[in-house]
Ligand binder design. Structure first.
Ligand code: KG4
Ligand code: ZN
Length: 348
């Protein structure tokens, strides 16, 4: 059956944080073109993302990026089947730039528009057919581990998400970034921490493993950060501190994932996404958890784990296939919990 609202490639636009990204995907999920411009260098000297600078950078870079991916995909705007743009949660300035641009294209060419929930886009990424043969089927457990998000989500079907646990304080990537800062490493700190940890011995510095073994699958990292600050104060070896920190995070994440799987017996896969999914120690710990539960661990390639527009276009495709377009007066939302999504009951 021809999908009701999808008769051509979909343009995806991402601008919710500090990545400006655009991608064009064929209706079957094949990536025809993709591009990401990271603003890391523009924000690095401030030690974090400056929202106003981010919005302005999206404004400068997005039009050219869209023209580029459209040319690379060999698709004219009128030949698109739809436009999907991240419309929340995220930094409102950037969301307004990306969603406004997407709506302009949809209006000019009479295309359906999808106001994409950025978290849903992360959640549906493993279903991209090119990733795992045919894409992961519902239901699965998603661990979203990024700089802004830290959640265990039961992905039951399109638009049907149950948040099983979240962080009580910092997101896990934020914890890596704060730890790195305390150790005098550049922002964003995660990759630097991993490199430093490789030279250290986790056994030489004792750090806590917050909530390990505790019921449920919430996270907490503020105590770990404080303990790390104390270790820095005692002049422990930085590499040993980084190694111990990373070991603690990996152990905690694995423990939380184990609990989340117990809370979602019907899961057919364990999926990890977000920038922290790039961390080798975290991946190894999660692979052991998945193996213990007899499930595959699905970790998309890093470029699809971090913010990108392929996942946004794919989310648009999943929604348009179900006839779920959005009106052009949809207002971008800085806060937009996954549980508030709607769907058609697919996967039920
Ligand atoms: O998903 P992401 O690119 O952006 C959002 O937060 O939405 O995640 C970025 C986060 C940063 O906090 C960064 O330090 C962390 O992911 N990260 C890592 C690694 N690579 C990136 N953390 C630990 N180890 C890594 N190799
Ligand atoms: Zn993200």
């Amino acid at each position: 059956m021809t999908p009701p609202l999808l008769n051509g490639p979909v343009l995806g636009i991402e601008s919710s944080c500090d990545e400006t990204a655009a991608a064009v995907l064929a209706p079957d999920g094949r990536v025809l073109a993709e591009a990401v411009l990271s603003q890391t260098e523009e924000h690095a000297r401030f030690g974090g993302v400056v929202p106003e600078l981010a919005a302005r950078a999206h404004l400068v870079h997005l039009p050219g990026l869209v023209v580029r991916v459209m040319a690379e995909a060999g698709v004219a705007p009128a030949g698109l089947g739809g436009v999907a743009a991240s419309s929340g949660p995220g930094l409102i300035g950037g969301l307004i730039v990306g969603a406004g641009f997407g709506k302009g294209m949809a209006l000019a060419h009479g295309l359906p528009f999808v106001a994409v929930n950025h978290l849903e886009a992360h959640a549906l990424t493993p279903r991209l057919p090119g990733l795992v043969g045919g894409g992961v089927a519902f239901p699965y457990l998603l661990l979203l581990l990024s700089g802004g998000h830290c959640q265990c989500v039961a992905v039951e079907g399109l638009g049907r998400y149950r948040r099983l646990g979240t962080t009580l304080d910092d997101a896990v990537g934020e914890a890596f970034d704060k730890a790195a800062k305390l150790l005098g490493l550049p922002w964003p700190g995660g990759p630097h921490m991993e490199r430093l940890a490789a030279q250290g011995d986790a056994g030489r510095v004792a750090l806590p493993r917050p909530l390990l073994g505790r019921a449920g699958c919430d996270f907490s990292f503020s105590g770990l950060k404080t303990a790390l600050a104390q270790a820095v104060g005692k002049a422990a070896d930085p590499a040993d501190i980084a190694a111990s920190f990373q070991a603690s995070v990996a152990a905690v994440v694995a423990d939380r994932a184990r609990h989340a799987l117990a809370m979602m017996q019907e899961a057919t896969a364990l999926v990890v996404s977000g920038g922290v999914a790039a961390n080798g120690a975290v991946r190894t710990a999660l692979a052991a958890v998945a193996a213990g539960a007899g499930l595959p661990l699905v970790a998309p390639p890093v470029r699809l784990c971090t913010d990108n527009a392929v996942m946004v276009a794919w989310c648009g495709i999943e929604r348009l296939r179900e006839g779920l377009a959005d009106p052009l007066d949809h207002a971008p939302r800085p806060r937009w919990p996954l549980d508030e999504m709607r769907g058609t009951g697919v996967g039920s």
